[in-house]
Design a protein around this ligand. Structure first.
Ligand code: CTP
Length: 405
């Protein structure tokens, strides 16, 4: 799962002594798999829970501890200055206090003082410790200094107590890391609105008309936009994909709800990407009670047209003289080029991603996709078959390029 934001990034992962240390081994492993170069520093207390060998095995790199070696006096400067990100996870109450006060009594704290990169801390501790005013004041001090604090989660802790102090799971941690690494990206300061997934049009309270869209491509676009520094709003139908960390998520069911959700926030946006597979029709008069086969027989369902959201946005744009970059998708099973070109013009789009949804490796539900991007002045770019994440990155790069020229 290599990822271009994390690829070759130098991440210093400081691990202090909490039972949550074991989660950092998984984090180090996942970051390494994504292409990052992870240098781990273990405090002495951390080594009571995990060994350097654990981290060396998952990162394939030297693990640093408080055992000063021959070049110990310069190692921390080298590590701190060359890092793209310093993450302290888990950060115990003790280590937070040291970081807040500028202590320099172990390899982790001296490296933190030498670091010139963004610093992220993930506090993890038991019982009511996190709520203690001393800890809260240290956290506030670190925040005021620009340190990003990943709030611990509520839940059951090692002591059996329930409270706020759990280290978030790896996927969420990586979400935070991506947001910090991407924050000065090419789309920093831009607002991006993305729609994804299917709509569901009720027939009665238990049945609906829908389509096979999984929302995967739209969700991947949202993550790619976050990675490039954008403020992302993601409107989805009912999907099973995890929502990327740091996006503002709005859930809808029907095309009319999607229309209303898009129009409610459109004036704040710089970019609109309509990746949702919007139902073109809906039952005209959905039954208020479940249709019963014995009583009602075989129903005839009369359909009516749904609003075309992209066309509505185009009209809004014209009336308001808005500068909105519009990207659409064309879900096609045949004549994709002609259909894509006519949709580009009909919907007033700047770019359209033509998607063959008839194949097994492309389109709905598949993990991979291949896209042809069409734009004005005969622009045509082929994005070959690859993961939907890689396709999303390629699309967002093209959008950013067209926006900045
Ligand atoms: N779209 C929309 N509102 C609709 C239908 C589609 O905004 N009611 C958007 C989609 O999100 C997509 C683009 O328009 O970005 C093209 O969608 P697609 O389903 O391929 O085309 P349709 O316009 O619905 O035309 P057809 O189904 O006849 O191919």
């Amino acid at each position: 799962m290599s990822n271009s934001l994390l690829d070759s990034k130098r991440i210093v992962l400081g691990v202090s002594g909490s039972i949550a240390c074991y989660k950092s081994a998984d984090l180090a492993s996942k970051l390494t798999q994504a292409g990052a170069l992870v240098d781990v520093i273990l405090t002495e207390a951390a080594q009571q829970f995990v060994t350097p060998l654990t981290f060396q095995a998952v990162t394939g790199r030297t693990v640093y501890s408080d055992l000063w070696n021959r070049d110990g006096h310069v190692q921390h400067v080298k590590l701190g200055e060359s890092a793209d990100l310093l993450l302290v996870s888990p950060a115990t109450a003790h280590t937070l206090a040291k970081l807040a006060q500028g202590f320099a009594d172990n390899f982790l704290t001296v490296t933190a003082l030498a670091a010139r990169c963004p610093v992220v801390v993930a506090p993890a501790m038991d019982g009511g410790m996190f709520a203690h005013p001393a800890v809260q004041e240290n956290v506030a001090l670190l925040r005021a200094r620009g340190v990003v604090v990943i709030e611990p989660k509520e839940g059951r802790m090692a002591s059996g107590l329930v409270g706020k102090g759990r280290l978030p799971e790896t996927a969420e941690m990586i979400g935070h890391i991506r947001r910090v690494l991407g924050r000065n990206g090419v789309l920093a300061g831009k607002h991006v609105l993305i729609s994804a997934g299917p709509t569901q049009e009720p027939i009665d309270p238990v049945r609906f008309i829908s389509n096979h869209s999984s929302g995967k491509q739209g969700v991947a676009l949202a993550q790619a936009a976050v990675d490039m520094g954008a403020e992302v709003t993601l409107i989805t139908g009912r999907i099973h994909e995890p929502i990327p960390f740091g996006v503002n998520h709005v859930q809808i069911q029907t095309a009319v709800e999607l229309h209303d959700a898009v129009m409610a926030v459109i004036q704040e946006q710089d970019i609109l990407i309509m990746a949702a597979a919007v139902g073109d029709f809906r039952p005209k008069n959905p039954a208020t009670q479940k249709i019963k086969k014995e009583m009602d027989g075989v129903p005839t369902i009369e359909l009516t047209r749904n609003p075309d959201i992209t066309v509505a946005v185009r009209a809004w744009k014209a009336v308001n003289h808005a500068e909105l970059f519009m990207v659409g998708f064309a879900a096609e099973t045949q004549n994709w080029l002609e259909n894509g070109q006519s949709k580009l013009a009909r919907k007033g789009l700047d770019l359209i991603a033509v998607n063959d949804v008839g194949g097994t490796q492309t389109g709905f539900r598949s993990a991979t996709n291949a896209i042809t991007l069409l734009g004005k002045d005969d622009l045509m770019i082929e994005i070959p078959l690859q993961s939907k994440e890689a396709v999303a990155e390629a699309i967002m790069k093209q959008v950013a390029k067209m926006l900045t020229v």
